[in-house]
Design a protein around this ligand. Structure first.
Ligand code: ASP
Length: 325
């Protein structure tokens, strides 16, 4: 509302409100950040932590809206169509890059539909299972999955999600397709894993560290070159016998394409401030991640990352032959 009054007042005074003036005053109203997955999952967790801090430095409320479904593409589509005025943003992850190849038809072009604001964080992925799932280590999991391929269920957050990518790589590596159970995010997938309704999944440490430490799930390995400082007993999947399996899930903040540069830059500065906030750093550390350094929380760094990741995953996805409409 404030924004509408400000606009009307401005127009009455000068006849027309120039874009730079609007950018200078920005923000004058609450900002919405769309999370393209359910509440309670890793993207949601990262977003809420960063949003709380950004809201302080921007001096405006930031509302997090969960728009889950179709591996993150529904929320991304909503953000792509939003008014490019800085009041609707999107915090997405690697799925922005993989969905470019996974989907034959997307209602937006990931390369051009957004004005990147900056990278946020990179998060390792771990393989976890319900507590009473029989396999006790990665080799046992591989054998068990092969022998029980019609019964074993793998939870993910839909085609295009990080959990989908990780599961695709795992199934490709063990040459065994398994039944996947898609959710709107891995928050609810974790709830079902804890309840024993699904067998296993691969998800960010931001949604698994607490459960692993509390012994509520079985953990088989981390998809990283080295063991994690906060989970030192968890082997890498390479140690467990899966070669060439190392990648991290990166999160980025976007505005719709056409958002004035001055607003994008203001948001990028607020993002940098949030990523240097000790509360954010400490909470990220507990969850097994770190904020990116300030020189990567920039529009250029996120654009580079997006384009290079689209190129990196295209041949892998094409080789797996995984597509969605
Ligand atoms: N971690 C999820 C995925 O991409 C999404 C989420 O709920 O944040 O699989």
């Amino acid at each position: 509302m404030k924004r509408v009054f400000a606009l009307l007042a401005g127009c009455a005074l000068v006849g027309v409100l120039s874009a730079p003036a609007a950018a200078q005053d920005y923000p004058t109203d609450p900002i919405t950040i769309i999370v393209p997955f359910s509440a309670g999952g890793p993207t949601d967790t990262v977003t809420r932590l960063v949003a709380e801090s950004m809201s302080k430095s921007l001096g405006e409320q930031i509302v997090v809206e969960n728009v889950g479904g179709a591996g993150g593409t529904l929320g991304a589509a909503r953000a792509a169509k939003a008014e490019p005025d800085g009041y609707t943003l999107l915090l997405h992850h690697i799925g922005m890059a993989t969905s470019a190849t996974l989907y034959r038809k997307l209602p937006y072009d990931p390369k051009t539909a957004f004005a990147p604001v900056g990278l946020v964080t990179e998060v390792p992925m771990v393989l976890v299972a319900r507590k009473d799932f029989p396999p006790n280590n990665l080799q046992e999991l591989i054998t068990y999955a092969k022998e029980n391929k019609d019964a074993v269920t793998y939870a993910n957050a839909g085609v295009g999600a990080a959990s989908h990518l990780c599961g695709m790589l795992f199934m490709q590596a063990i040459e065994t397709p398994l039944t996947t159970v898609p959710y709107k995010g891995t928050g609810p997938a974790m709830t079902d894993l804890l309840g024993g309704q699904v067998d296993f999944m691969c998800d960010q440490t931001t949604n698994t560290t607490g459960q692993i430490k509390a012994g509520e799930v079985k953990a088989y390995g981390v998809f990283a070159d080295q063991r994690l400082g906060n989970l030192p007993d968890l082997p890498t999947v390479k140690e467990g016998g899966l070669e060439g399996q190392s990648f991290a899930i990166w999160h980025g903040l976007y505005a719709p394409a056409g958002t004035p540069e001055a607003i994008v830059n203001k948001l990028s500065e607020a993002l940098k401030t949030a990523l240097a906030d000790q509360r954010v750093i400490d909470r990220f550390a507990e969850l097994g991640t770190t904020p990116v350094p300030a020189d990567r929380a920039t529009p250029a760094a996120l654009q580079d990352k997006l384009l290079s990741e689209i190129d990196r995953w295209k041949p892998v996805i094409e080789a797996a032959g995984e597509y969605a409409d």
